[in-house]
Write a protein that binds this ligand. Sequence first.
Ligand SMILES: Cc1cc2nc3c(=O)[nH]c(=O)nc-3n(C[C@H](O)[C@H](O)[C@H](O)COP(=O)(O)O)c2cc1C
Ligand code: SF4
Ligand code: SF4
Length: 255
Amino acid sequence: MNIIFYFTGTGNSLKAAREIAAVLGDTKLAAIPDHFGVDLFDYERIGFIYPIYFGGIPLIVKDFVKSLKIPKSVYLFAVATYGGGEWNGLKQINALLTPMGQGLDYGTVLQMGSNYILRYSRSENVDSVNAVAAKKLSKIAVSIRDRESRPCGKLNPLMSLPSWIFRCGVRKTVLKYHVSDDCTSCGLCAKICSVRNIKIKDGKPKFGDHCEQCLACLQWCPQKAINYRDKTKQRERYHHPDISVKDLMRKEELR
Ligand SMILES: Cc1cc2nc3c(=O)[nH]c(=O)nc-3n(C[C@H](O)[C@H](O)[C@H](O)COP(=O)(O)O)c2cc1C
Ligand code: SF4
Ligand code: SF4
């Protein structure tokens, strides 16, 4: 059996995880926030699929990898999805895994629709980017199934500095979020926040202090009621077209 750990805000990384799991067969998909420290001794292949944040790995992915005990001689792979600049998105995870016993056997990046609405409007070419990604994904899945080797190189820690600096601010993102009167108190944002950083109080979302800046709440709110400063109100929202809000909810939220 294989296991793929994924983290996602807008579905790109989940889409990639699902496609790879379908080709591998006998593969468990596991959301990273729910599986810290999980026992890994039953698996033949272990994968990590996540978005690149500020040219590196998201904080939660870093902490998650550190929580694991990786068994010897398992096939380790990673796919980092990104919008336009990959930088150290793979090398950072490899640098974490290597001292734990072994680095990645196979690592690759995959350009998909960019979700960074805090800076940019949804790009007009997301559909064509995702179409190219779908083709690449099929090949990546076959390579992983066939246990191919694809080393991802050594990290120059100095090159990682900018991403660590930017990531220091992510927990405070929500201080700049505001919720407009368009909010209908539907509760969706609280249900899809993968780190449970949102509670609905008095009919409105209240944000906690452990945001990952995944942008799920902002991107999926059906009313566009969550916004960042005055920047995002007019910007078109993005999520991967093959992923639905239900895919982001935990089982208990679906009852
Ligand atoms: C906080 C944050 C930082 C990001 N930084 C980068 C980046 O440095 N380079 C890049 O190409 N894309 C960046 N993106 C875009 C995402 O990596 C990309 O859209 C990814 O596929 C989203 O995956 P998801 O849909 O699984 O959440 C960033 C997105 C977020 C939310
Ligand atoms: S998803 Fe949007 S409309 Fe629903 S509770 Fe959250 S902010 Fe309000
Ligand atoms: S509060 Fe919003 S941006 Fe922050 S982790 Fe939750 S869903 Fe993602």
